[in-house]
Design a protein around this ligand. Structure first.
Ligand code: NAG
Ligand code: NAG
Ligand code: NAG
Ligand code: NAG
Ligand code: NAG
Length: 458
């Protein structure tokens, strides 16, 4: 812009003034300093050098020296004790002594090298720190010069390139652990649970000790506010229908919108076994009666499809949720929902009773996708739920408190046994527990009470 103006002024001058020499001299001046590319190059070279100075080999060297010492020291100790036992002042003692002298020599050498390496590491660290400080100062100065956005643009390019690389490697390999663990969660990780929000005895107070309730987190049109309840109506174990309520208040006062029946007979093939069921996308997912498989019952056309769980899956009350006093019968399979859809939590003989987790694909046909194996013993927990791709497990603390003590992140595979979040209970036992991503609530069926809690993420 400036250049253009000077030139046109110059032309004007030439036209009006008609200088005798017919020559026009123009001085191009700019307030902008020229960008110091050489300095930037020097900084870049410095950074490169810094990177190559601190190489993984240097760290590996230190590690192997330490390992050498770790192996040799116990060896020495053993040889010493042999010497003590054998010391008869004779030949054997002399040989042992030589062995030990040798050993000591080796160890001394190792220690000397270790000292050397440590010293050079210290120097390197000090030097690198110095260089880094120097580089930072230079970069800051360059940024002041940087009216042409050279440095900034390069920085942005580098960041984009790094993101791209991460993206590439991320899609090829298993993703690296991210801190803090959060799964594929947009709202962070589970921090706490509020006191109860809904707490009701429902339509049949005290009648059915086992059951489940909640909301469809992918509801059909017009049923967004509906609540569903499934009660184990035969022997606390079996059920053959889903009961609906059009609103939360109708659930509380017990005015039902009616049932959808799977089969008039209960129990029979493809009816419900066990309380840990979920409703998702207009279909009920549950453990099929007397089978090691998951059933899906479509509410609209009342058809059932199923998928077999892996061979060795424990069912028919062989792999239940428990606390110290007792187990909850027919809780072998726990169906769960979260932001990413439907999951199943179970255990198998080959996993020695530890919790196994599989993603259930909701599409047609019904099938399982990825599976994760945990080190959590299923009979050591009272229930589980999924939130944001993270599995959580609870244990019985007192009749008033349940603790969410365990988590397993399916993205990072990180397991934690110290989650330490407490649930204030309405009644001592929890027969089912599920997370609803639509309202971020935990729905708990507790000795025929229906209780909900808000999950706090952050
Ligand atoms: C210590 O390191 C220096 C330089 O790397 C090397 O010349 C010297 O031999 C090393 N000393 C020992 C005992 O390894
Ligand atoms: C620090 O690094 C610079 C540049 O590589 C080098 O010239 C200098 O000798 C190093 N100083 C020490 C103490 O290693
Ligand atoms: C978690 O929530 C409970 C109940 O609202 C509260 O008493 C407790 O202080 C909370 N804990 C933390 C760590 O915020
Ligand atoms: C039943 O409904 C589901 C969901 O709409 C659909 O995927 C399935 O194909 C239907 N089955 C039959 C037999 O119509
Ligand atoms: C399994 O899950 C992955 C990741 O979500 C998905 O891309 C793939 O299509 C799924 N496979 C099947 C068979 O549904």
């Amino acid at each position: 812009m400036k250049l253009y103006m000077i030139v046109s002024l110059c032309a004007l001058f030439a036209l009006t003034q008609q200088a005798p020499s017919n020559k026009c001299l123009c001085e191009l001046s700019t307030s902008e300093k020229v960008f110091p590319h050489d300095k930037l190059k020097a900084v870049e070279d410095g950074a490169l050098k810094c990177n190559s100075d601190i190489s993984p080999q240097k760290v590996a060297e230190l590690d192997s020296l330490l390992l050498g010492l770790e192996i040799r020291l116990p060896q020495l100790q053993e040889d010493m004790s042999i010497l003590e036992r054998e010391d008869d002042g004779e030949l054997y003692g002399v040989i042992s002594l030589q062995v030990i002298e040798n050993e000591l020599k080796h160890i001394n050498q190792l220690v000397a090298r270790l000292k050397n390496v440590t010293l050079s590491h210290q120097r390197l660290t000090a030097n690198t720190t110095e260089q880094l400080e120097d580089l930072t100062a230079k970069m800051q100065k360059l940024e002041v010069y940087d009216t042409m956005q050279v440095v900034n643009t390069q920085k942005t390019n580098q960041r984009l390139k790094k993101d791209l690389d991460q993206c590439k490697t991320g899609s090829n390999q298993a993703s690296k652990p991210i801190q803090p663990p959060r799964g594929n969660c947009p709202h962070g990780r589970l921090l706490n649970i509020t006191g109860s929000r809904v707490s009701t005895a429902g339509e049949y107070p005290g009648s059915y000790k086992y059951g489940a309730w909640g909301r469809d987190s992918k509801p059909e049109a017009g049923k967004e506010k509906w609540y569903w309840v499934v009660m184990m109506t035969v022997s606390n174990r079996f059920s053959n229908y889903v009961r609906f309520y059009a609103t939360e208040s109708s659930l509380i006062v017990g005015t039902s919108a009616g049932n959808v029946q799977i089969n008039p007979t209960n129990p029979t093939t493809n009816t419900i076994q066990g309380p840990n069921v979920v409703l998702y996308g207009g279909a009920l997912y549950y453990n099929c009666y007397n089978q090691d498989s998951i059933c899906r019952f479509h509410l609209t056309n009342k058809t059932v499809v199923n998928v077999q769980l892996p061979k060795g899956t424990r069912f028919n009350s062989k792999g239940n949720f428990c606390h110290l006093e007792e187990c909850y019968p027919f809780t072998d399979l726990d169906l769960a929902t979260d932001e990413s859809g439907v999951w199943v939590i179970y255990t198998t003989t080959q996993d020695f009773g530890n919790v196994v987790l599989s993603k259930v694909e909701e599409g047609e046909p019904l099938r399982l996708n990825q599976t994760w194996h945990t080190s959590l013993y299923k009979q050591g927990v009272t229930n589980t739920f999924m939130a944001c791709g993270v599995l959580y497990a609870t244990r019985y603390v007192t009749k008033d408190h349940e603790e969410i003590f365990y988590s397993f992140d399916t993205t990072t595979r990180e397991e934690r046994f110290d989650v330490n979040v407490f649930i204030q209970k309405r009644s001592p036992n929890i027969q089912s527990l599920n997370y609803s991503p639509v309202d971020k609530m935990l729905h708990v069926y507790s000795d025929s009470f229906m209780v909900s809690y808000k999950v706090l993420f952050g």
